[in-house]
Design a protein around this ligand. Structure first.
Ligand SMILES: [Zn+2]
Length: 144
């Protein structure tokens, strides 16, 4: 696991329309406690812990401030670089913009799996692009 895997997971959240996961991770990386995150976002504590564990397994978030800052940078680069692929249609149905398939109802977990299994190549490509954005942002920060 590493920063590429983290970027892939976050790209998949973004494509699947799960911006709340990204918001939760940005807040956690900014030093908010899990309990304040789930109260603020109205999430189940277990969901917040799941996102936290994912970030920890990838880059060891919560152990060093630099890694927390990296998490926040990756989240922001994902939001900046990637457009959501899941589109909610009338009647609660959903369409995947990447392949045009229509699903009976919008379900984040299902959409996430669809993106990961059907569009993994695109996820990986976008994750590499995100890391370039993160890198160039970091260089600018050091230069100023
Ligand atoms: Zn699709």
């Amino acid at each position: 696991m590493g920063v590429l895997e983290l970027a892939e997971k976050l790209v998949a959240y973004r494509l699947a329309g799960n911006d709340r996961a990204l918001k939760a991770l940005e807040m956690l990386g900014s030093g908010r406690s899990p309990s304040s995150v789930y109260r603020r976002l109205g999430m189940h504590p277990r969901t917040v812990r799941h996102y936290m564990n994912t970030a920890q397994r990838c880059i060891g978030v919560g152990m060093r401030p630099a890694l927390d800052r990296l998490l926040v940078k990756v989240v922001r680069a994902v939001v900046e670089t990637v457009e959501p692929a899941a589109e909610v249609l009338e009647g609660g149905r959903a369409r995947c913009r990447l392949c045009g398939r229509v699903f009976k109802r919008m379900n984040l977990g299902f959409m996430h799996r669809h993106i990961m299994y059907t569009h993994y190549d695109q996820v990986e490509q976008l994750a590499r692009k995100v890391l370039e954005v993160v890198k160039s942002g970091g260089d600018q920060g050091r230069g100023s």
